[in-house]
Design a protein around this ligand. Structure first.
Ligand code: UTP
Length: 295
């Protein structure tokens, strides 16, 4: 199975950090967001990844390429662990790139991948969404194999936040699996058909590539993937599965902060020190007070 990772958006919610820097390259506990996404794909057995990039996104291509100078330096310094880490990034998967000339919306970004995905089903993984448990793609695949249809990962969110997401309407056909009856992009809370928010992971059938060229600009003047999926409903069944794990939309500063804190707390390297720091900060102390001392 191939994966398409749209990463050509402007990241306006994260300005000024994203003025020249791709938001997909922002670090979460020392690793760029998009590396988590590619690793999640590889973990699910994907060996062919297509990243949709655009102007100002060169850092993404460089990140997944060899870095001869850096590797030489680490080799000479005998830093084998860092050398292994750096080499491993360029060996993760076959990563291909296509450019979206202008960020015309997620649907348009996915359409840019059509010459690569051809007549096969494919994953779409938003390049700024981290799903730490890596259990969503296998679940999408399982449901796709069972129903032979496109499958969307959804997460229940508080009603007040539904207007930030694409939301589905549906009928639960087995626990946590919904047959989708409608989709709405960023509905006002009182008009949302459910609180099941589309969360950045999809397994789509090739039919969607036939429909995308005919989708008109929707919310925000963009070509929305949600609108193409709505059209898809007229031709094929579409399913949604609820994710059991928390995902982080790191294009949103608060969610990026939360991703950093919660993932760092789980590491051996930073976990206990970060817990101490947070306790100090929450306790009102700005810095640890240490008495000056001269030996
Ligand atoms: P977002 O809607 O989060 O991206 O798209 P955005 O437009 O960059 O965000 P803001 O609102 O300005 O902050 C989710 C994913 O789809 C990609 C983005 O790069 C992101 O990884 N995307 C979005 C594209 O590839 N092309 C687009 O035209 C829009």
């Amino acid at each position: 199975m191939k994966a398409v990772i749209p990463a050509a958006g402007l990241g306006t919610r994260f300005l000024p950090a994203t003025k020249e820097q791709p938001k997909e390259m922002l670090p979460v506990v020392g690793k760029p967001v998009i590396q988590y996404v590619v690793e999640e794909a590889v973990d699910a057995g994907v060996d062919d990844v297509l990243v949709v990039t655009g102007r100002g996104k060169r850092a993404i291509e460089d990140h997944f390429d060899r870095s001869a100078e850096l590797e030489d330096l680490l080799e000479r310094a005998g830093n084998t662990e860092k050398l292994r880490q750096v080499r491993q990034i360029s060996e993760l998967a076959d990563v291909f790139y296509v450019r979206q000339g202008r960020p015309r919306g997620l649907g348009h970004a996915v359409l840019c991948a059509a010459p690569h995905t051809l007549d096969q089903p494919f994953f779409v993984m938003l390049g700024d969404v981290i799903v730490p448990d890596n259990n969503v793609l296998p679940r999408l695949q399982e449901i796709h194999e069972k129903y032979g249809a496109s499958v969307i990962a959804v997460e229940p969110v508080e009603r007040e936040y539904v207007s930030r997401y694409g939301v589905i309407a549906g009928r639960e056909v087995e626990p946590g699996v919904w047959e989708v009856t409608d989709l709405v992009e960023k509905p006002p809370a009182n008009e949302a058909p459910s609180n099941l928010a589309i969360f950045g992971r999809y397994l789509l059938t090739p039919k969607v590539m036939e429909l995308l060229p005919h989708v008109e600009e929707g919310r925000g003047g963009e070509i929305q993937l949600t609108d193409a999926l709505r059209d898809l409903l007229k031709h094929e069944e579409v399913y949604a599965v609820t994710m059991d794990s928390t995902g982080y939309d790191t294009g949103n500063i608060l969610s990026w902060l939360e991703a950093n804190v919660s993932l760092a707390l789980e590491t051996e390297e930073f976990g206990s020190q970060l817990r101490d720091s947070l306790e100090r900060v929450l306790g009102g102390a700005v810095t640890e007070s240490v008495e000056p001392r001269v030996e």
